[in-house]
Design a protein around this ligand. Sequence first.
Ligand SMILES: [Zn+2]
Length: 597
Amino acid sequence: MLIRLLLSLISHIYFLITKTYICENNFFLIEMSTKRYTVTSALPYANGPLHIGHIAGAYLPADIYVRYLRGKGHDVVFVCGSDEHGAAITLQAKKEGVLPQEIVDKYHNINKKVFADFGIDFSIYHRTSDKLHHETAQEFFKTLAQKGVFTKKTAEQFYDKESNQFLADRYISGQCPKCNAEGAYGDQCEKCGSALSPNELINPKSTLSGNTPIKKETTHWYLPMQNHENWLKPWIEDGMLEGENHHDAKAWRSQVLGQCKSWIDGGLKARAMTRDLEWGVKVPIEGADGKVLYVWLDAPIGYISATKQWAKDNDKNWEDYWKDENTELVHFIGKDNIVFHCIIFPIILKAHGEYILPTNVPANEFLNLEGEKLSTSRNWAIWLHEYLEDFKGQEDALRYVLCATAPESKDTDFTWKDFQARNNNELVAIFGNFINRVVVLTNKYWEGKVPAQNSLEDYDNEVIKKLKEFPQKIGVSIKKFRFREALVEFMNLARLGNKYLADTEPWKLKKTDERRTETIMNIAMQIAASLAILSEPFMPFTCKKLKEMLALNNVGWEDAGGKIISDNHKINKATLLFNKIEDDVIKEAIAKLKNKL
Ligand SMILES: [Zn+2]
């Protein structure tokens, strides 16, 4: 404790001596104390590849957040992995005539690679079929059972006589009672996103045989969620946990609060936490043969087992990341997972004891594609592995567009035309163009050696002052989970650079006023260097390229906004940061999408 206090004090003093210019208000006090964060992204289901809707929902925003936190020197673990249990996987295995393990092995490896190729920088990408996870989930369940958190109940459930098995979740489908769509599953309607129970389905059918199922008795362990409403309600609505301030409830997105409130106001009920299935984490209790943990109990515990594995591999103590009140826990998810992360998982974390609860769950709404809902079954999707193949070296263009159009507060639409326009008119014409001008001119007139900053004029001071404000503005937006806003600010810095050059025209001035031109180019180079640093959370590949171009080493977020590059610093030759995307490429992409239908 004393050591930590001392370290914090030293870092404060160091900061005051070296970087006083950022200390414009008390924000720096909050920001300067390094904190510990546990950041999770929803575990993707290992029965298929990933499309842009997944990425925009739970992975890209988490990656931006984590890259920023790491850049600020915080202690962050960023966990994810494959969700490898549940009825959808066994169902698919049956259809394909293979073992469930074959399905999950295939997609675990595909998805792990695609995330890495797209620059999603998890600390660990674990999997729920791992032994460590089974042990962790079973220990969790046992503790909850011993504490009397569950009620054991025998009830009638749908049963398929022909297939000789109980029909949980995805083994049953019918009409959605909320939106009337056909093909809703026993656990969820994919059309409207409502969480369902099999009994609510209109005209239910077995997805195994197509028959109308019968009802048969079976015993399960239920979580009576209503028993936890007393603390859950003030925790969600006011951020108060047992009378103490836990988090800023106003910082939670309105759709998250709205969904939670409607669940609570609708009356929390008991929900079965076990299933009659072969595939999954076995219920670790006598007399529970043939039963496994409900996948939505088992999957979030996967965050904990992933952290355990990472801690083992990296000589850390996993409990610091899950049981220390000073650690901030943040779950990134899509809106279809809100109830599991804001109600069910917090209930079991708290009921288990010792665990921290999330301080925010910045769930995104849905991303549509060309005006229609993304659909795996209809193949109406842009698959990430196909994008990476078709648009080699253009990972950041997609990261940029998915962040710029992120469904943070409402559903948004991805169109190939918009993708092209944003790439060409923003990345190429604004950011890329500014960098290119600065680097080309420096090489052309000063042999790649950054000219000196001589006497400053009012306009220079104004630009320098503005430049200083950007790192904080961008950082504050990221901390508030407003990634679109943060990206707009980032591009505004590139716009500032372009405007500065357009107003001062150093390429003309060079003929008449060498000293003034040097100063202008020096300031433009400082803007370029800040752009290099600040691009890292959004466009990590571009950041790397740009740092190489500017020969920038050992610079971090705290340097951004200041005079980063010294006079006479030698830079490298210009390379293109972004490529213009031509009409025929976009035509082809649209045709490819439509051909797959
Ligand atoms: Zn529905």
